[in-house]
Design a protein around this ligand. Structure first.
Ligand code: TMP
Ligand code: ASP
Length: 254
């Protein structure tokens, strides 16, 4: 018998109905995928680390007044979040050229950008999350101009704050992906940060060596994925002893 109702299962997380109306439980799986799930693996302990790292970053953002869906962590793999209507966009903020931007525009990976750049991708697996402009977003009604404005302003604040936070622990925030949702409180709606912020959704490079400490280790077969995520947690000062016990080494690649 199921303990509670599953609302949605994604590639790295499961959403369950929360304990009270307007809440959802976000469960972090060890599963990891890349390239539209054509590449898959289960990385022991990854979900625990991402739950913890995302809890920490979302709490810090809540504390400076950035509205997020995060309420509290419930256990090693689950957190309680507010139910929001997800806006079908991935908002990517970039500080240093890497990944798809480097490839698309022929810029060497690692080139600092003249200023932070925000890009939007339409969340649609069948279409492989295509790159879209503000024109597409407002014309097709994925977000209203005011919503988009809010998302941009929040993204810039989040980038400034997180860049400093990571630099303080010897990590460069190269780029990251955010998702936003509409939070309804009676008849009033506001845009809040949703989903997760973790090494799955960021590019994080060691400030000294430029060594990758994020999901590119999996995408590019560099190995040591969970070890790198643990190092991020450790530097943030949030590495619980019990996580070290859960991180068991070899990686099963299907
Ligand atoms: P990109 O360079 O591949 O466009 O990725 C930009 C950032 O977005 C990078 O930090 C990784 C993150 N990202 C996701 O979180 N999910 C995705 O599906 C992709 C493609 C990237
Ligand atoms: N999670 C995405 C997928 O499986 C891709 C990525 O993060 O690279 O398609």
């Amino acid at each position: 018998m199921k303990r509670r109702r599953q609302i949605y299962e994604g590639k790295a997380k499961i959403l369950y109905e929360g304990p009270e109306p307007g809440t959802v439980i976000q469960y972090f799986k060890d599963d990891t995928t890349a390239f539209d799930a054509t590449k898959k693996a289960t990385l022991d302990g990854k979900g625990v680390l991402n739950n913890r790292i995302s809890e920490y970053l979302m709490s810090q953002l809540n504390a400076i007044g950035v509205p997020t869906h995060f309420v509290r962590r419930l256990n090693m793999r689950e957190q309680l979040v507010k139910e929001v209507e997800i806006i079908p966009l991935e908002v990517v903020v970039r500080n240093i050229a890497a990944g798809s931007l480097a490839k698309r525009l022929g810029i060497d990976e690692g080139t600092p950008l003249p200023r932070s750049i925000i890009e939007y991708f339409y969340k649609n697996d069948k279409l492989h999350d295509p790159w879209v402009s503000e024109e597409h977003i407002t014309a097709f009604g994925w977000a209203a101009p005011q919503d988009l404005d809010d998302m941009v302003n929040l993204s810039i604040r989040i980038n400034d704050f997180l860049s400093g936070l990571f630099m303080g622990v010897g990590i460069k925030l190269v780029d990251f992906k955010l998702e936003f949702g509409r939070l309804w409180e009676n008849d009033y709606m506001r845009i809040v940060l949703a989903d997760e912020i973790s090494p799955d959704s960021c590019r994080l490079w060691d400030a000294q060596s430029n060594e990758k400490m994020d999901k590119d280790r999996f995408r590019r077969d560099l190995g040591g994925v969970v070890e790198a995520y643990s190092e991020v947690a450790k530097r943030l000062g949030i590495m619980p002893e019990s996580v070290q016990g859960e991180v068991k080494g070899p990686v099963l690649v299907r």
